[in-house]
Ligand binder design. Structure first.
Ligand SMILES: Cc1cc2nc3c(=O)[nH]c(=O)nc-3n(C[C@H](O)[C@H](O)[C@H](O)COP(=O)(O)O)c2cc1C
Length: 368
């Protein structure tokens, strides 16, 4: 079985010193226009020690893709110098720096978009309270959005990041194109599974073309996905298996399943004998490394994830326990923070946007 401290070389040629990653988590600490703040750089640097890679919180690739206030942006060239400082701060602690690139699609609001109507594959509102009905993207706008992911990749390269992760999970725009709930199009971008996959396929071409053109050293490209949706119609685990059969044949360096608990079982009866993580891992046939995630707090959790994945990503534990990975490596397990997260947050100094976000998360369950 994979040990957390084993190094690994990805297909791009990048070597990670171990199997631990910081799971992408928005801090809501950026300036109003998405430029990174000093507090945010400090936050990431404090948590990078002992990890193979840090994946940043979602960064929007276009202004219209902004999902919430305080979000990181990679939509304009003027952001490159500050992004570069973030990459250096993470790398200075010995971890690879990966920026998560994203577009919120319909999962945002006019208030966040300075009055603009949110956009999506189709004009269908999400099933959540106060959801706004988005405007359907035109063919031309779809092509611009795909180009924007390529441009964001170029900026990540120019800023000195080691890679990008495409945020195809948690109901945001990439997932909205694959989902039969949010994608009701009747043109080449909608309808069959193959057509709903076209957006992802074209995004990968755009991102890899930027890598081929601009990267002077190996550059990581990862992809995050959610296994199933609750809406009807919606993505079922069977659809995700099909998606993975496509993605495992690509040049991606890793796939990252988004889960709140690593031992979750799928809702689909056909896939109820094993955990989602196990089915996903089996489907990949060892062709692409898998990142597992969800409620990892101790050594046993890491081992259980690495039994069915090549990487373990850690989220909330790293917020409350910034040196957790160092403690793990030095066998200082008795020093792990073990309090329930709700309590641990309250006792920590956390910048107030992040603190408020976490407080809300424990009262509702936002799709982050
Ligand atoms: C504060 C917070 C912000 C998050 N932001 C993102 C995000 O920007 N992108 C993303 O893919 N997932 C996001 N997530 C989900 C986490 O990456 C992770 O999948 C989830 O929290 C489960 O892992 P954990 O139990 O180790 O926290 C966020 C989670 C939290 C708690």
């Amino acid at each position: 079985m994979t040990q957390f401290n084993e190094q690994i070389t990805l297909s791009s040629g990048t070597t990670l010193k171990n199997r631990l990653m910081l799971s992408p988590m928005t801090t809501q600490l950026s300036f109003y226009n998405g430029v990174i703040t000093e507090d945010e750089i400090t936050y990431y640097a404090q948590r990078a020690k002992g990890l193979g890679a840090v994946i940043t919180g979602a960064a929007n690739v276009q202004d219209i893709g902004k999902g919430w206030p305080g979000e990181l942006s990679i939509a304009h060239d003027e952001m490159i110098p500050r992004l570069s400082e973030l990459a250096k701060a993470i790398q200075g602690e010995g971890a690879k720096a990966i920026v998560q690139i994203f577009h919120g699609g319909r999962m945002t609001s006019r208030a966040t978009l300075s009055g603009e109507q949110p956009v999506s594959a189709s004009a269908v509102a999400a099933e959540r309270p106060d959801a706004e009905t988005p405007r359907e993207l035109s063919e031309e706008e779809i092509l611009e959005t795909i180009q924007a992911f390529g441009d964001a990749t170029r900026r990540a390269i120019e800023a000195g990041f080691d890679g990008v992760e495409l945020h195809g999970a948690n109901t945001y725009l990439i997932q909205q194109f694959f989902s039969p709930h949010s994608n009701r199009r009747e043109d080449r971008w909608g309808g069959s599974l193959e057509n709903r996959y076209r957006f992802i396929d074209e995004l990968l071409k755009s991102v890899f073309s930027a890598v081929d053109t601009y990267a002077k050293k190996p550059f990581i490209v990862g992809y995050r996905f959610s296994p199933e949706e609750f809406e009807t119609p919606g993505i079922r685990f069977e659809d995700t298996i099909w998606l993975l059969e496509q993605l495992r044949e690509t040049k991606l360096d890793y796939l990252h399943v988004s889960l709140n608990t690593y031992d979750r079982i799928a809702r689909s009866e056909r896939y109820s004998d094993k955990t989602i993580l196990e089915y996903v891992h089996d489907t990949l046939q060892g062709k692409i490394p898998l990142v597992g995630v969800g409620s990892i707090r101790n050594r046993n959790d890491v081992s259980r994830v690495l039994a069915h994945a090549e990487f373990a990503a850690v989220g909330q534990q790293m917020i409350v326990d910034p040196e957790w990975a160092v403690k793990l490596a030095e066998n200082r397990d008795e020093e792990f923070v073990v309090k329930p997260f709700e309590k641990a947050y309250q006792e920590l100094y956390l910048p107030s946007p992040l603190y408020n976000f976490l407080k809300a998360r424990y009262q509702t369950t936002p799709n982050v």
